[in-house]
Design a binder for this molecule. Sequence first.
Ligand code: DTR
Ligand code: ZN
Ligand code: ZN
Length: 438
Amino acid sequence: MLTHALLLLTLVAPDARLIDTISVDAVMGHLRAFQSIADRHGGNRAAGLPGYDASADYVAARLREAGYTVELQPFTFEFFREIRPALLKGRRAFKGVTTLRFSGSGDVTGRPVGAGDGCQAADFGRAARRAVGVVSRGSCSFRVKAEHAARAGVAALVVANQRGEQGTFKGSLVVPQRLPVVGVSHEAGRQVLRQGGVRVVTRTRTDRRTTRNVIAQTAATSPGRVVMAGAHLDSVPEGPGINDNASGSAALLELAIRLGRTTPERPVRFAWWGAEEQGLIGSKHYVARLSERQRERIEVYLNFDMIGSPNHTYAIFDGDDSDKKGAKAGPPGSARAERYFQRYFDARGLPHHGTDFKGNSDYDPFLKAGIAVGGLFTGAGDLKTAEEARRYGGTAGRAKDPCYHEACDKLANVNEKVLEATSNAMAHVVSKYAWPRT
Ligand code: DTR
Ligand code: ZN
Ligand code: ZN
């Protein structure tokens, strides 16, 4: 009798609305799988390297088990890796020398020649030929400095940090260069200019590689616009990327598995992006390949990048520009996504705040294409303010994720309670769109 009643119930209500049913234990299980993938593949899950491919295989396998047809969408990108730390040597070796992203490889020795900020071709005079150029950071892009230097026949370029800035810095030349280009502190830059000769050694690797987005979509009881949710699956080469962004990827995977067992009213499309860390390459590729009709069929894109930060805040994208800061409101519909997230956090007595669209994650190509966007973010390398510590707890003056883009972004770097709240907020908001009449 009881079994009959249960059977009847499932037959009558096969599409019972899914809310708040994400088990954080299941999400943690996926996180452990990503950690173990990184452990078995050189400590990272970066696009173009085996740890990413294994991550994509893991997601695709779990999706297939849940009944999905999985699309692996290939695209190419410019792969870059520092193979050995840079060396800069005068009478003594300098410390804190960084290889700029897309620097060439080389081992050159030459006279140091100052060239101002290197933003004008004329900054590199005739004396710069075969010399080691020294320029200051700022006023124009690293790429412009490097291209002026290369045209003047400079053998290697040293970029010194600005006056008043401590230590060295990281930076990208954006386009692969043949010239070795390194960064040093302001003080080291001055010392380099006092040497009779300096040696610069960089060992890098740059080539075009293919990687893949992982995409899957649920069935739907009534046709209509699609709700899309995405998370980037790649890490930086420096570490396993468990908060950034196995957290978003794992929560999304668990939600997809759960939704695989029901049929929502509206289709839900999931995307795990590749090469976000290389400049949002996977999501840009995806949006660029959509026809106008396909674009119009996407009701909203919801982004989940870093949703378990250890010294967290709960940031919701400011869809309606109610914060009146920075970027304008998102495309029409973005305010609705923001409201849904806000209500979820409010109902649980959890603090939250709005965050501006700064173009720093995979929502950006969607926003630029006029698609409504929303999403969550719990903080990266930026320091927690005293005001934030008062509202959220945690430590003021400390990064929200002290392991951001570092080798220590491991399992222990994720706050499970935070991930539980954000995973469930994700499930709730996606469900609100998937079952619009409930
Ligand atoms: N670009 C992300 C981290 C990141 C930094 N600021 C935000 C704001 C909103 C979402 C993500 C981020 C990364 O390193 O992957
Ligand atoms: Zn990152
Ligand atoms: Zn990220």
